[in-house]
Design a protein around this ligand. Structure first.
Ligand code: NAD
Ligand code: UDP
Ligand code: UDP
Length: 336
């Protein structure tokens, strides 16, 4: 029978933990939406040194501008499908386009990022003895036949569909994480992230919250994709970052669902955005995309019990927090 190897002895390269109290942390995809908020939080701790590796496909330097030049911060233009040599104690591995229009744009690249990118970060974790956290996704449950979704559910995923580069890619990434854990004793953490929203979302990435907020600010109709009864559960980004850090610092490998169990239909979301941001806009039903999951809601019992985590920000409180950032970037002041 297969026996898990003991964890590797910390290599001398993993020096920061032993010779100084600082923690050196790599964040792949740190120039993106969730990654840049995670970097903000990690940088608040003066013992942390943060290295971001990002190829700027969907992220931007602008999201990190307040840290550029900071002595505890480093930004590397790097594609995770290529090997990376750095000496770190922890790896938050987020690099991967998250929005359907971007991950479908070059599906082969998306699957390479998920598979080869994760393999490289695991090889790095193995070489330096670092703990690695993967941001997986609720999409591993596909169009779920169980509701709400617990971590035990294996999912209902189309292996050859237009979303497969992303959802099957993340499923392989999870497999790689567990195989490196069992075979090489790597310390792993897997977060299954549910829909997340907040400031710095790409304005034109086609995701529902960013679409509706931008449309409301521009005074355009809110495009509800048919039928409008499909549901999602939206987590504010500060809650997400808090959950990811707790998972990394805790003792459980996961996978653990991190998301907000408050479930809304897309019609209800549109009505909330209309009421909170611009009551004069109308709603219009438009065509949907293939394989759109009909419902999605996390069971977060594990996160509550194992991480002592649950989201604090309600949708109606979070949506207005995005408004100022979107108005600034769209150049539409409040009273225009
Ligand atoms: P994002 O697109 O804003 O950020 C992804 C970052 O990864 C970007 O900065 C991008 O430039 C970078 N990147 C992409 N491919 C890369 C590559 N090959 N090499 C290096 N960098 C690369 O997306 P996000 O919403 O911040 O998502 C972050 C992570 O969370 C992703 O792994 C995503 O799958 C996961 N996730 C997000 C959500 C969500 O609702 N936002 C839901 C589930 C899972
Ligand atoms: N790798 C990396 N950085 C490192 C160590 C490894 O990017 O510091 C990459 C390496 O190029 C390889 C992958 O991680 O493609 C897997 O490494 P591992 O040592 O597990 O496998 P092997 O190199 O033996 O195939
Ligand atoms: N959606 C919508 N209007 C839009 C964009 C998306 O009604 O302008 C719907 C979409 O059909 C899906 C839901 O919103 O049912 C969430 O889509 P998104 O792309 O934001 O995230 P994901 O499908 O990855 O959960």
């Amino acid at each position: 029978t297969a026996v898990a190897k003991p964890p590797p002895t910390p290599s001398p390269l993993r020096f920061s933990k032993f010779f100084q109290s600082n923690m050196r942390i790599l964040v792949t995809g740190g120039a993106g939406f969730i990654g840049s908020h995670l970097v903000d939080k990690l940088m608040e701790n003066e013992k942390n040194e943060v290295i971001v590796a990002d190829n700027f496909f969907t992220g931007s330097k602008d999201n990190l501008r307040k840290w550029i030049g900071h002595p505890r911060f480093e930004l590397i233009r790097h594609d995770v499908t290529e090997p990376l040599l750095v000496e770190v104690d922890q790896i938050y591995h987020l690099a991967c386009p998250a929005s359907p229009i971007f991950y479908k744009y070059n599906p082969v690249k998306t699957i390479k990022t998920n598979v080869i990118g994760t393999l490289n970060m695991l090889g790095l974790a193995k070489r330096v003895g670092a703990r690695i956290l993967l941001t997986s996704t609720s999409e591993v449950y596909g169009d779920p036949l169980e509701h709400p979704q617990t971590e035990e559910y294996w999912g209902n995923v189309n292996p050859i569909g237009v979303r497969s580069c992303y959802d099957e890619g993340k499923r392989v990434a999870e497999t790689l994480m567990f195989d490196y854990h069992r075979q090489h004793g790597i310390e792993i953490r897997i977060a299954r992230i549910f829909n997340t929203y907040g400031p710095r979302m790409n304005i034109d990435d086609g995701r529902v919250v960013s679409n509706f907020i931008a449309q409301a600010i521009r005074g355009e109709s809110l495009t509800v994709q048919a039928p409008g009864t499909q549901t999602r559960s939206f987590c504010y980004v500060s809650d997400m970052v808090d959950g990811l850090i707790r998972l990394m610092e805790g003792e459980n490998t996961g996978p653990i669902n991190i998301g907000n169990p408050g479930e809304f239909t897309m019609m209800e979301l549109a009505e909330n955005v209309k009421e909170l941001i611009n009551s004069s806009v109308t709603l219009k039903i438009v065509e949907n995309t293939p394989d759109d999951p009909r419902q999605r809601k996390p069971d977060i019992t594990k996160a509550k019990e194992l991480l002592g985590w649950e989201p604090k920000v309600k949708l109606r409180d979070g949506l207005p927090l995005m408004e100022e950032d979107f108005r600034l970037r769209l150049g539409v002041p409040k009273n225009a």
